[in-house]
Structures are given as structure tokens and as C-alpha cells.
Design a protein around this ligand. Structure first.
Ligand code: IPE
Ligand code: IPE
Ligand code: MG
Length: 249
């Protein structure tokens, strides 16, 4: 019997609960290489990657992190072979349908960001259902970037601001960082404090271009399907050793 919040019980002793990132963003990379190392088809890596994401979400929730954003499919990933793209779309839909009851129960508020209008209609319907079923949940915000591109997001924000100017309801002089941010897909979320990329690539691949302005970047050689709690713990330990200056001294 305990009245303590779960997060305080399970957060590892060497992490300071007052200095956790509020928002963690992950570029889940290396699924294909993980599969290739095992002489498996690439899709097996994606399949395993889902388990990793599920465990990371639970871990973030247990440890008291407010928001987790995961890069699931980029606007550039349409350039992959059709069977892989089709597999991914079907996987997203299947996993979403399967996991929704548990997410509802565990207090996960799920959001999808990206140009969702290009996704298969049945996936769009599943996304709609999941977002509305979890809209009032409070434990953690879970943001899935699907058909997401940072540049496309910025253009979309520009278009909606321009439309307001054209309609005469917005003065261009009133466009500032706060207003601009509200027109991004992620409007209202805190910026990520920590951006993790697995599998060793040192690039952002069009992810959250505006939002990562002051994120701490952590790149690990671990491939996404192997990124377990211990690996996340290490990322947080590393984050807590950083001195965030935000341009000051
Ligand atoms: C990341 O793993 C998953 C998606 C981009 C959907 P990759 O599929 O990019 O794996 P690698 O980089 O080829 O190993
Ligand atoms: C970034 O990974 C996109 C996702 C993780 C969804 P990629 O594997 O597509 O990125 P590049 O091609 O190495 O830049
Ligand atoms: Mg990759």
C-alpha cells in the first residue's frame, strides 16, 4: 500500500526528478539495420520497433515525463519501396487499434502530427477515433509524427497565418514566435528538451525543425529495436549532466 505517485517509486535513484525533460522527442532509427543484422526482412525491424516504443511510452509515464513525441514516418519515407510503405501503414493501423483500450485505461492522451490527409482513409479514421477517445486523458501526452515533415509543417503554418491576414483578421505585425508556434501541428506542446536519435546518424531528417531550437541532442549507436529502459536511463543521465545555457552565460 502506498500513496506515492508511481513515478517517484520507479525513477532510478541517480536521476533527479526535478531536472527531467518535460518533453522527449525520439527519431526511431535503425529498424532496417537491426533486421539485416539478423538476416530478417526489414519489416521485422519495424515490428520489433513497436514494442520498443510501447515500453518507452510506459517508462516515460512511470518516470513522470509530460510528453513523448515519436517520429514514425517522414514526408520523405514515401520514397521507400511500396511494400515497405504499405506494411508500415498497415502496422500503424493495426497497432493503434490493438493498443487503444490500454492507452485509454492508462491515461495516455494520443495526438498525431503531420499531413494526415495523405494517409489511407482507414488509418485516418483510426487516428480520429484514438485522438477523441483519449482527449481527456492526463497522465502523458503521446505524439506520433506520421507523414510528418518539419518544412511542410512550417509552410502549413505560414499558409494559415497568410489566410488570416487575407481575411483581414490578422495584422502581419502581430505575427510573433508565440503566435507562429500556435499554428504548428504541435501548437500548445512545450518544445522538446531532449531529442534522441538512435542508430548513430547525426542528423535531424526534417524532424521538428522549429521546435528543437534549444533541445539537447543525444545520439546513440543503439538501434531502435534495442533501445530499452536501460538505454533511455543512460540518455536521461547524460541529459542531466548538460548545462543548458539558452544563449546566456
Ligand atoms: C526507422 O528505421 C523507421 C522508419 C523510418 C519508418 P529505418 O527503417 O530507417 O531503419 P534503417 O535506418 O534503414 O536501419
Ligand atoms: C527518419 O529516419 C524518419 C523516421 C525515423 C520516421 P530515416 O531513416 O528516414 O532518415 P534518413 O533517411 O536516414 O535521414
Ligand atoms: Mg533510417
Amino acid at each position: 500500500m502506498t500513496l506515492q505517485p508511481h513515478s517517484l517509486i520507479t525513477l532510478p535513484d541517480d536521476l533527479d526528478p526535478d531536472r527531467l525533460p518535460r518533453h522527449v522527442a525520439v527519431i526511431m532509427d535503425g529498424n532496417g539495420r537491426w533486421a539485416r543484422q539478423r538476416h530478417l526482412p526489414r519489416i521485422m525491424g519495424h515490428q520489433r520497433g513497436v514494442d520498443t516504443l510501447k515500453d518507452l511510452l510506459r517508462c516515460c509515464k512511470d518516470w513522470g515525463i509530460e510528453a513523448l513525441t515519436a517520429y514514425a514516418f517522414s514526408t520523405e519515407n514515401w520514397g521507400r519501396p511500396l511494400p515497405e510503405v504499405d506494411f508500415l501503414m498497415t502496422l500503424f493501423e493495426r497497432v493503434l487499434r490493438r493498443e487503444l483500450p490500454e492507452m485509454v485505461e492508462e491515461g495516455v492522451q494520443i495526438h498525431f502530427v503531420g499531413d494526415l490527409t495523405c494517409l489511407p482513409p482507414s488509418l485516418q479514421a483510426e487516428i480520429e477515433r484514438a485522438m477523441s477517445a483519449t482527449a481527456h486523458n492526463q497522465k502523458i501526452k503521446f505524439v506520433v509524427a506520421t507523414n510528418y515533415g518539419g518544412r511542410r509543417e512550417i509552410i502549413q503554418a505560414c499558409r494559415s497565418l497568410a489566410a488570416k491576414v487575407k481575411a483581414g483578421v490578422l495584422d502581419p505585425a502581430d505575427i510573433d514566435e508565440v503566435l507562429f508556434e500556435r499554428h504548428l501541428y504541435t501548437g500548445g506542446l512545450p518544445d522538446p528538451d531532449l531529442l534522441i536519435r538512435t542508430s548513430g546518424e547525426m542528423r535531424v531528417s526534417n524532424f521538428l525543425l522549429w521546435q528543437v531550437a534549444y533541445a539537447e541532442i543525444y545520439v546513440t549507436n543503439t538501434l531502435w529495436p534495442d533501445f530499452d529502459r536501460a538505454a533511455f536511463h543512460e540518455a536521461l543521465r547524460n541529459f542531466q549532466q548538460r548545462h543548458r545555457r539558452f544563449g546566456r552565460l
